[in-house]
Structure formats: C-alpha cells, structure tokens
Design a protein around this ligand. Structure first.
Ligand code: SF4
Ligand code: SF4
Length: 420
C-alpha cells in the first residue's frame, strides 16, 4: 500500500502532459500520469474492479514506466511506482497474462530455453523465410507479422555466451576485476557489443568474470509478477554479489538499474544481506570506462562513420543518472561528430517488452523518435540498452532508413582496433 500513498500527492497540475510519451502520442487524458493516477484512485475506492475492468488495466499497462513524468513533476509523484503497484494487484486478482506465462516465466526465467529460442530465431533469419514476409501481395495482410519481424536484426550472431568463458583474463597483469552481468537481450541480440566490451576491458587490464546468471527479473517485476522477480534475484545474488570484484558491470541500462534496486525486490532475506552492501558497485559500462579506466592510454583511430547521435535509455538517464559518460566516449573518438537529436532523453517506446505487448502505441512513439534521429542526418544512433537498440533498429528499418545502431563502448572498441 505504501506506493499508493503517492496518489494523494498528485495535485492535478498537469505538468506531466508536456513530457509523457503516451500522452504526446495520443492527446488522451487517460494516457498521462495525472489520468493514470486518477484511475488508480478510483480502483482503490472500489469504483473500478481489479478483476473486471479491462480499460483501466489497459491504461495502467500502457504506461512505459519511463519516469519522464516523475522528474518533471513539481511534487515528484512516483507514477511509475503507483503503476507497478496497480499491475501487481491486477496480476494477483487475474493471474498472469498468456504473454507473461509464455515469454517471462516460460523462456526468460530459464537460460537454456532462451538459448534454444535464439537458435530458432537465427534459423528463421538465415533460412531466408523472412523474405517471404516482404513480398508485395502478403505485405498488407501480414502487417503485424512484419512489425514483429522488424525487431530481428540482420545477421544475428550466436548468443554472446557461446564465445565467452566464465573468466576472461586481462591482457596484462590485471588492475581490476569486474563481474559482467550478461543480460538476456544482450546475450541474444547484441553479441558483438558484449564481445567488443569484454575484449576492450581485457585490453585495459581488467579481468572479467561472466557468471551464468538468470534474467535480472525486470520484465517480471514491471509486469507485476513480483514473486518470480524475487526468485530470479535470489538466484543471481550469490553469482554477482557473492564474489570478490571491484564492480558489477553491464552493457544494459535496464539490467544495471534493476540490479541497483535489488534491495527493493528482495525484501528481507539472506540474499538481501549479501547484496545490500554491494549495490553501489553496480555500474553501467560507459561510466565504468570513463570514470574508472584510462581509455586515453589506447591509440584510437577514426571510424568508417563520421556522425552519430545518442539516445538516452530511460533506465540510463533517469534510473542511473547516466548522461555524460556515453557522450564523453563518443567525443573521444577521433573524427567523430556527436549531433544531438531533439528529445534524446524521451522514451523510444521500446520499454522492455512494451513494443511487443503494445505495438500500436509503441509504433506511434517510435515514429517520433525515428523522425528526430533522421533530422540529425547522423550515420548511426548510439544507445546503451539492447532493448532500445532493437526498438530503434526496428523503427529505422520500417522507415526505410539504413542508419546504424551501436553501443558507445562497441564503437570505442572498434576505434581501438579490436575486431570481434
Ligand atoms: S505533474 Fe505530478 S502532480 Fe502534476 S498532475 Fe502530473 S503527476 Fe500530478
Ligand atoms: S512513466 Fe512515462 S508513460 Fe508512464 S505516465 Fe509517466 S511519463 Fe507517462
């Protein structure tokens, strides 16, 4: 109930209207923090029913949890926490959705099943079956299928873990030891980023431990399935917080933000006692590189692209407060110009699996983001979250643009001459 206490702090000023991506895309009062909070109040007052009201559930689930309203709210009302509490109560009243059962509990909760899914996706992509979807006759009828297909990157590699050992030694005498939290999306969809990052860290004399972790639990948590999120967190704690290391690093802003807040998920238990003193060691990859390593000691060469723009993932900028580090990295690459886009910190509409569960709203938000990227005329859009990478890549592909999508540290590794 604590999260619901926030409801009474909303003074209905409407400041959130100017920043809420779902409101800006729809101009619908039920799609903004103020409206969502009002609906939640009605739920608690019994005027709507957690077990029956589909419309309210839809508005609660439509929230991206991007926190744009929170940082722009004069009263700093935690709309994201209110929505999470409502999702949890909806879930308890109605059970898991089919998507949550199949994808979250069925696949994400089991690393081996995720690897098998990755194999099937590569088979689909490499067999040429996707080309059938783009045929003219079928195209209109299969719009939705094409939408889902657009998320699958071209030339999908094997999962990152297949080329990594649990210990990746530093090139010289190690000066630092880190645990690398290999998240689900990074492992399956952005293997090259992971390989580049690990090679780059090793080159900077960092020993990298890559334990066989489970999903960080964020998809389950944001879907209201707190029990499963807690079970996964408990499995991960000994693997990442129970070992001696200087930092726990990840290339995914969402994973970093989730791990940093494991105390909230774990509650009072033995695992919480292990994790809590080390939560501040969780760091995103770009910040580790700029603040704790010396990339300037490496000879950097110009890349084959000359212009980039940066998209701030919500969990990076508002979850972790990361803004300068990735930009600093991009500016350090010789001959590379950073062209800021309008609304760089506005949610891309990906929001984890939101792009799959809310294709219409997500597509609307994506179009605005893609237009802002295109306006910069940058050759690549850079971001520090694999889910944002998928969403940006899909939006660009659907718009017929060939703008590349990359992670800042992957570009840095490339500039350092590392080939993966
Ligand atoms: S800005 Fe904050 S206080 Fe104002 S209406 Fe939105 S949530 Fe409520
Ligand atoms: S968290 Fe994001 S999507 Fe949800 S109400 Fe706030 S600004 Fe809108």
């Amino acid at each position: 109930m604590n999260d619901y206490n926030e409801i009474s702090r909303c003074n209905r000023c409407g400041f959130c209207q100017s920043v809420c991506p779902t409101y800006l895309a729809t101009r619908d009062e039920t799609q903004v923090a103020r409206g969502r909070i009002f609906l939640t109040r009605m739920l608690l007052e019994g005027r709507y029913d957690f077990t029956k009201d589909e419309d309210v559930l839809e508005k609660v689930n439509d929230c991206l949890l991007c926190q744009a309203c929170v940082v722009n709210c004069p009263a700093t009302v935690r709309t994201d926490d209110i929505m999470l509490a409502a999702r949890r109560d909806f879930m308890e009243a109605r059970g898991l959705s089919l998507f949550q059962k199949l994808v979250y509990r069925g696949v994400l909760s089991h690393r081996e099943r995720l690897d098998r899914t990755s194999f099937l996706m590569r088979l689909y992509e490499k067999s040429g079956a996707r080309n059938i979807l783009y045929g003219k006759t079928l195209r209109r009828a299969l719009d939705r299928l094409v939408y889902f297909d657009s998320f699958l990157p071209s030339g999908l590699n094997k999962p990152a873990r297949t080329r990594l050992n649990e210990k990746m030694p530093a090139v010289n005498q190690p000066k630092m030891k880190v645990v690398y939290f290999l998240g689900c999306a990074s492992n399956v969809f952005t293997s090259e980023t992971v390989w580049s990052a690990v090679a780059f860290l090793n080159k900077l004399d960092v020993e990298v431990l890559i334990p066989k972790v489970s999903c960080c639990g964020e998809p389950h948590h944001t879907g209201g399935d707190e029990g499963e999120a807690r079970r996964l967190a408990k499995k991960n704690v000994p693997l990442i917080f129970g070992v001696e290391a200087d930092f726990i690093v990840t290339d995914c802003s969402t994973c970093a933000s989730a791990l940093r807040h494991y105390d909230k998920i774990l509650g009072d238990c033995a695992e919480a006692a292990i994790a809590k003193p080390k939560l501040s060691k969780v760091i995103d990859l770009a910040t580790l590189v700029t603040e704790h390593l010396k990339p300037s000691s490496i000879d950097l060469k110009p890349l084959d692209i000359k212009t980039v723009t940066y998209h701030d993932p919500c969990h990076g900028i508002r979850g972790l407060g990361v803004k300068a580090a990735p930009r600093e990295i991009l500016k350090s690459i010789p001959g590379l110009e950073l062209k800021e886009m309008e609304g760089a910190d506005s949610c891309c509409g990906g929001a984890g699996s939101y792009c799959f569960t809310h294709p219409t709203m997500s597509g609307l938000i994506s179009t605005g983001k893609v237009n802002n990227i295109a306006a910069t005329k940058a050759e690549a859009v850079v971001t520090s979250c694999p889910a944002c990478s998928l969403q940006l890549g899909a939006g660009l592909r659907r718009a017929g643009l060939d703008t590349q999508v990359a992670h800042p540290v992957a570009l840095l590794a490339k500039s350092a001459g590392l080939k993966v």
